[in-house]
Design a protein around this ligand. Structure first.
Ligand code: ARG
Ligand code: GLU
Length: 720
């Protein structure tokens, strides 16, 4: 029976592809597609130019930057370009109040001035291989999900081990389309990465959170890093002896500029899309998940906002975290607007009706697919409250700083009750706890965290469905009559874990018998009960139901392919390299409103507002504007800044190079338009646009604003 998978594979391969903007292909698939459709739209490259394992190809110049952004190699000396917001935490980590690179920007004049980006990695893709047959070789149709999972995991482990024998590479096999296909990715990870250049926030994050996810945009969202390697050009830990990496391929930058309908290619690492969700899945997302998460984050942001205003030091410490929290909040808000406005549920329901009709047309299909959507419905019914419990737990537990700190004490407690652990060992552990305490309290602001605690615990009590409210919160109702202020006062007053002095005193005199003091601490006990509730009452069923949904989606995807043999359905994004084709395009977001496809420096000046965070313009940029001193990058006295295109991108595509038909870099992807943020669940070519900073603006800032000639000399720049 195992061959049903193989037959399916053959049927979905070798289709003629009819150009559609929503596709996101694995580069290795391009060989199987009929590229002439893309070529007739402006693609001048062959599949081999984009992905080749024998020759250097574009894929060798695209890297995964850290764990969730993309970057492009732009010089023979390992220079990479990515978004300012992708390098943000590294710029922050290298900044102090005296040397504030977020505020003032940073430009290394030579290699010696480049700053170590601790913890940052850059990953190159060596090769991709379709390993579906090997992975599914032991799977038969009579297996249940657990048996299937076991077989699949065993096969994957074997493939991964074999693939990198005697190399320094890493290997990962990932499922595609819910396990209908599997691909192997062999990669090389570099660990010595250094910060090379970044504009000030007033350029790199112009428009701040107000403009985030919004078009029209005026943001110079770019910065540069460099990859360092050992003398053999191989990855190595940071060392002063390392040298700039010599890449297999680097991308040429084009200052030619863009016009409407120009062909665009985005190559990068989109993290996650869910294009094949059913109406039931969308309903859970739009009625429960998005609204709960946005509500929690809104509250969290308002409290952070207030605290960050207190000093530059605090601002610096929280800037990157704030940007991350705000980014998710706004994205989910936009996504939900789009789901409603473009009736995503209705559209999915229509498709499901067609599917049911098609499934009932013959006996075999009816057997495989006839009951599928009913099963989705009943599974989502069970999943929805648990999913809600998960969202509340994960959003709240991470927002309250003291929770993370106190939960660290579990290790000490467990070890203290373990008779096999010696006194000496316990002493060693407590020494470590003392160091951790000093580190934690150096940056801990009790009154800020207390505010966060009170607001979020209240929401945790009031927000989710009663059936999944953690029992420990009921106690607050019983003992404190839902007065969260009094409860917060009580917890913070009576816990010794909120004071460095008390914690150190406790640790100084610690022995096995003192463990109960931690267990009885009101903060520790609350945190432990919330964790236990999640791990014992929520997570197991949640996992089980998610596995069930996955298995249903696997069958549904296969059915959708069978139902529409003329189409080749692309697999959802899963943080693997994808190529997306599109074109420079305007759009009509609202009745009577037309958005042009590009913005200019005039718009930066229009938006200038020193009373609003994110809308100050650096003096030097104003002078350049006044004198129209744009060098060769301006067009008839106008300086282009950003543009939009119809490429289907997702979170992770930040920092992806946007290339023209010849494969030259015409811009850097950094965002999506507000009206189209629902593209993760349904791409709609009428309103979904990716937002790109124009290569000409990047060059202008490097040249005229920063005077970083070293970078200009290093990159290959062409006017074509
Ligand atoms: N929305 C963009 C992305 O999803 C940019 C985020 C960073 N910018 C910000 N203002 N928070 O990642
Ligand atoms: N800003 C996003 C990121 O960090 C890219 C935009 C998107 O989500 O499409 O990856």
């Amino acid at each position: 029976m195992k061959n049903i998978f193989f037959i399916f594979l053959i049927t979905i391969s070798f289709f003629k592809s009819v150009f559609a903007d929503d596709e996101m292909w694995l580069p290795v698939i391009l060989q199987q597609l009929n590229m002439s459709d893309y070529q007739s739209r402006g693609l001048k490259l062959t599949a081999e130019d984009i992905y080749s394992i024998n020759n250097s190809s574009l894929k060798d110049a695209i890297v995964l930057f850290g764990g969730g952004c993309t970057a492009a190699v732009v010089s023979e000396e390992g220079l990479i370009i990515t978004n300012h917001h992708c390098g943000y935490s590294q710029i922050q980590a290298n900044s102090t109040v005296e040397k504030n690179y977020l505020k003032d920007g940073f430009w290394a004049a030579n290699h010696n001035e480049e700053l170590q980006a601790k913890g940052l990695t850059v990953t190159f893709l060596i090769r991709i291989e379709n390993v579906t047959q090997q992975v599914l070789a032991g799977v038969t149709s009579d297996m249940n999900e657990t048996q299937r999972g076991k077989k699949v995991d065993e096969a994957i482990k074997k493939i991964e081990t074999e693939a990198i024998k005697n190399t320094h590479y890493i290997a990962k096999v990932k499922p595609f389309s819910y396990g209908n296909e599997y691909y192997l990715f062999v990669s090389e990870v570099f660990k010595d990465i250094r910060l090379v250049g970044a504009p000030p926030e007033s350029i790199g994050k112009f428009g701040g959170e107000d403009d985030n996810w919004v078009w029209p945009r005026h943001n110079g969202d770019f910065c540069f890093f460099r990859i360092y390697a050992n003398a053999e050009n191989k990855p190595a830990e940071y060392s002063a002896n390392n040298v700039p990496y010599k890449p297999k391929k680097s991308i040429t930058i084009s200052s030619k500029g863009i016009k409407k309908d120009d062909f665009t290619i985005v190559l990068g690492y989109p993290g996650r899309t869910s294009e094949y969700l059913t109406s039931y899945g969308i309903e859970m997302l739009s009625k429960y998940e998005d609204p709960s998460k946005t509500k929690i984050r809104e509250l969290r942001l308002s409290i952070m906002d207030e605290y960050m205003k207190t000093s530059e030091k605090v601002y610096l410490r929280y800037a990157s975290r704030y940007a991350g929290v705000a980014n998710g909040w706004k994205k989910w808000l936009g996504e939900n607007n789009g789901i409603k406005k473009y009736d995503v549920i209705g559209t999915k329901k229509q498709l499901e009706q067609r599917f049911i009709q098609w499934a009932n047309e013959n006996k075999n299909r009816k057997k495989t697919y006839g009951n599928l959507l009913n099963e989705f419905e009943t599974t989502y019914k069970k999943l929805t409250p648990l999913n809600q419990a998960y969202n509340y737990y994960s959003e709240i537990i991470t927002a309250i700083e003291i929770f993370k700190y106190v939960s660290g004490f579990s290790n000490l407690i467990t070890k203290s009750y373990d008779k096999s652990i010696s006194k000496e060992e316990i002493n060693k552990i407590t020494e470590q706890y003392k160091t951790d305490a000093k580190k934690f309290f150096a940056n801990y602001n009790k009154s800020y965290d207390k505010k966060m605690f009170e607001a979020l615990i209240k929401l945790y009590y009031e927000g989710p469905d009663k059936s999944v409210r953690p029992e420990v919160l009921e106690d607050i109702n019983i003992k404190f009559n839902c007065n969260f202020k009094t409860y917060t006062e009580y917890v913070f007053e009576n816990s010794f874990l909120t004071s460095e002095e008390k914690v150190l005193k406790f640790l100084n005199k610690y022995n096995h018998s003192k463990a109960s003091k931690v267990l009885n601490d009101p903060l520790f006990s609350l945190s432990a009960k919330l964790n236990d509730n999640y791990y014992e009452n929520i997570l197991p069923s949640l996992q089980e139901l998610n596995v069930k949904i996955d298995s249903l989606q696997r069958i549904y995807f296969r059915g959708l392919c069978e139902m529409q043999p003329e189409k080749k359905l692309y697999p959802d994004a899963n943080l693997t390299m994808r190529v997306n084709f599109g074109k420079v395009d305007d759009y009509y977001p609202y009745d009577a409103v037309h958005y042009l496809y590009f913005t200019t420096l005039d718009g930066v000046m229009e938006k200038e507002d020193t009373s609003k965070k994110g809308f100050s313009v650096p003096e030097k940029l104003k002078i350049l504007y006044k004198n129209k001193d744009y060098g060769k990058y301006g067009v008839n006295g106008i300086m282009p800044v950003c543009f939009i295109a119809s490429n289907h991108t997702a979170g992770g595509n930040s920092g992806s190079p946007v290339l023209n038909g010849e494969g030259r870099l015409i811009g850097l992807n950094f965002d999506r338009s507000w009206e189209g943020t629902m593209s993760d669940v349904m791409y709609d070519s009428r309103i979904c646009r990716n937002v790109v900073v124009d290569a000409r603006y990047i060059l202008f800032i490097i040249d005229k604003f920063a005077g970083a000639n070293n970078l200009l000399n290093e990159m290959k720049i062409t006017e074509n």
